[in-house]
Design a protein around this ligand. Structure first.
Ligand code: R5P
Length: 294
């Protein structure tokens, strides 16, 4: 029996591509808000004994989590066989340590909730910094896919004479991989974070690369302060205007416009979170993984 795919609100485009790519049935449901803000859900498809795939990327997670939990509880009540969540962006990965006493390590709590709700997860480049594997916090199978090859191919096709730049040591894992496949040089900058929106960046060996097009690559662009600081340093060092590439276009508040205005040539992202900067499509990679599992 083919799986049934439900694209939760905002995930319809990716869900459609997946449905076509794996020859699945499209799940039929109604989800809306009551006037008081509570969520109404009704599943119209017959899901009994069926493998279910939910497509729901998890940026802005606080407003998505409760409807997702309700959706999964309803699926279980309707006797679905299994539930796999495709969350191309998996949130709550960054608070992975107690920095100050009394702080919640929310990555662990979030992982506990999802592990209790789902049977498996497929995600793309989760922010594994102080943790090496999803298994450290998730107790269900998590398949981690990587966008680095897609980004490398995009750079190869679109940017001649690129110099890859990682804004901080945490980004080295992405940048080194992308640079290797794109066959271009890379440098990693040093970042000191003074606060949520206050970041200082220093640039090594800048003279050597004056004729290259700087390409900043990071996993998440959130406030964009990391990118903006880097762009400003490159501008001050009279480097060419850079292209900024993020896997996950989180873009809190006005971050996208602020980044555009900071002196970038372009801002590019993968479609793990729907956004106007999306130019690198991850759907084929997800489809390949789902077909491999069949
Ligand atoms: C670091 O933890 C991440 O790899 C990114 O550098 C970070 O999330 C970017 O955040 P922001 O856009 O708020 O500077």
């Amino acid at each position: 029996m083919n799986p049934i795919v439900f694209g939760l609100p905002g995930n319809e485009n990716l869900a459609k591509k997946i449905i076509n790519g794996i020859n699945a049935e499209e799940g039929n449901f109604i989800q809306r808000q009551f006037p008081d803000g509570e969520t109404y859900i009704r599943i119209l498809s017959n899901v009994e004994n069926c493998e279910i795939i939910i497509v729901c990327t998890l940026h802005e997670p606080d407003k998505k989590l409760l409807p997702l939990i309700f959706f999964c509880k309803l699926l279980k009540d309707l006797k679905a066989k299994s539930i796999c969540l495709i969350a191309p962006y998996l949130s709550y990965m960054r608070q992975d340590k107690q920095f100050n006493s009394g702080e919640a390590v929310t990555s662990k709590y979030f992982a506990n909730i999802l592990s209790d709700t789902l049977d498996s997860i497929i995600t793309i480049d989760p922010h594994l910094h102080r943790r090496t594997s999803m298994d450290e916090i998730y107790s269900i199978p998590c398949c981690v896919l990587h966008a680095s090859e897609l980004i490398s191919n995009w750079i190869k096709t679109n940017i001649p004479n690129a110099l890859l730049i990682g804004p901080d040591s945490e980004s080295e894992q992405w940048v080194s991989e992308v640079a290797k496949n794109a066959e271009v040089p890379f440098i990693v900058l040093e970042k000191i974070r003074h606060g949520d929106s206050d970041v200082e960046v220093s640039i090594p060996q800048i003279e050597k690369y004056k004729n290259h097009i700087p390409v900043l690559v990071d996993d998440i662009i959130s406030t964009a302060r990391t990118m903006i600081e880097t762009v400003q340093h490159l501008n001050n060092a009279e480097m060419k205007s850079p292209i900024c590439i993020g896997v996950h276009a989180v873009f809190a508040n006005d971050a996208y416009n602020d980044l555009i205005k900071s002196g970038t040539l372009d801002v590019i992202s993968c479609n793990t979170i729907p956004h106007e900067s999306n130019k690198i499509d991850v759907s084929e990679m997800i489809i390949t993984e789902l077909n491999r599992k069949k």
